[in-house]
Design a protein around this ligand. Sequence first.
Ligand code: DGT
Ligand code: CA
Ligand code: CA
Length: 588
Amino acid sequence: MVNQELAKIFNEMAQFLEMDGVAFKPYAYQRAALSLETLNEDVGNIYRQGGIKALLEIPGVGKAIADHIEEYLKTGKIKHYEDYKKKLPLKIDELIKVEGMGPKKIKTLYQKLGIKNLKDLEKAAKAHKIAPLFGFGETTEKNILQGLEFLKRDKGRFLLGYIMPTVTDIFEKLKNLKEVDQISLAGSLRRKKETIGDADILVASKHPAKVMDFFVKLDGIEKIWGKGGTKASVRMREGFDVDLRVLPEKSYGSALQYFTGSKEHNIITRKIAIEKGLKLSEYGVFKGKKQIAGKTEEDVYKAIGLPFIEPELRENEGEIEAALRQAQGKLPGLPKLVGYNEIKGDLHCHSKPDEVKHSKNLENFIEELALSAIEIGYEYIGISDHTKFLKIDDGLNEEQLLKQHEAIKKINEKLKNENSKIRILHGCEANILNDGSIDIKDEVLEKLDYVIAGVHSSFKMSKQEMTQRLAVAMQNPNVDIISHPTGRLIGRREEYQMDFDKILEIAKKTGTILEINANPLRLDLNGFNIRRAKAQGIKMIINTDSHQKDQLTFMEYGVAQARRGWAEKGDITNTLSAEELLKSLKQK
Ligand code: DGT
Ligand code: CA
Ligand code: CA
């Protein structure tokens, strides 16, 4: 989609502007980029249908950005951006991914050492050319080398939430094709891993050639790696590959089982088949030459004596043992995973705090958000803006929070009069300061429906200090939820150092809820930590941390992560009704 191309350009523009020390603008460009990345509708379509005016309706798109979008759609270029690229011919999107590298540092490294890309950077760091530069030093150089290692580990993988909109688009087009009888995602995409190597799609059809022809002609394909009778592989403009396989109906289920993986899971299922004197392959389950299953996945698992195993669990991390126990009537069996449609609300939504500050249009956005929540089918939606320590994000102070509180009360009354079923809850996402104290006074926190607290600064504390910092925050009786508890950004920033077992112990003791942040870049807690938390009986809540109403759809990624962490309905607080939720929040 052109959305992703523009997002990439705007992200880079933000970096360029920041290099030049331009105030405010970089943030605006970044916001626009994030908005485009997650927009489901093609920006080209929006523009064709409604012109500049329609572009201005997109969250985060102002006049200057709208003009840039128009210019790009008309000419394929944005002059302002091209000028920058000429002046600073850098692989900025690569360099910025290295933890600790900001735009200013990138510019200095280019001017002093001619560093243009990751390769140059690694060479310079290894030759100790960076440490002596003014403002850099030994630690920075070490951090850069570490950051580079971290990047390599995740190389060539894409964030699930980043490729999903494009894949969904392809999926829908294929699904509508009359020759397509059945269709499913497969591979890591179906298992909902947080990063994806390539996208796999499976189709059952009696006319594979027609499906293939249609597939390789889809919009947005940059290169066709290969196209055979039943398999094709293409590179999308966004940089990731899509593999399509077409099968006859009689082996669709076994192919789906095979191509869903994981490889590790498949190795064991095949072994189990062999132990039963059967053969399991992508073509079916066979007894001698006779196919005994293959049409559906359920049949395949049944034929080898197992109950159906949800794709999110198929990592050979104990799911087969659990399935075997279940088959023998023993406990514990497979978990009954929390369902994608069991979520009743979202408590981590940012509004437009700058509007709170200037007392204008405050209600509009919150009402819009409430309407989106109704459309999703939620019972409640929680507004939780940043608080005062975070100046860059227009963090609210005590007085402004109280003002917002009154405004939300009014909106709730209005909604009630209109017989609306939605209820707006009011919280905040306060900052956990270095000593574990919260940047908002307790008497104000007490007035809110709930309080989320998170670490947004000083990430590089020692393990002991960070554990203590979080412990103090959780012991505050007003703090209900810890947002993005480990602070990792996938492929960009490691978790901060802390004793997670200790954190779980204190969460349990204090009744503090841990967040499963659904933002595709965070997914924090991740599956592994969710499973650890669940084992300790810790309650969790899946929140989107949305900064615009489009991002409410991130919920799906959060639920997927919860499922990968074996979470059941009872583990997840926002499967409760509004009444039950408020009651459980009061218990702390
Ligand atoms: P990715 O693409 O790296 O995120 O991960 P996957 O799991 O999507 O892997 P991919 O695309 O290479 O292959 C899709 C599925 O096909 C994989 O999950 C399991 C199956 N598969 C592929 N190659 C093999 C293999 O050599 N042995 C077995 N048992 N299964 C395989
Ligand atoms: Ca794959
Ligand atoms: Ca593949």
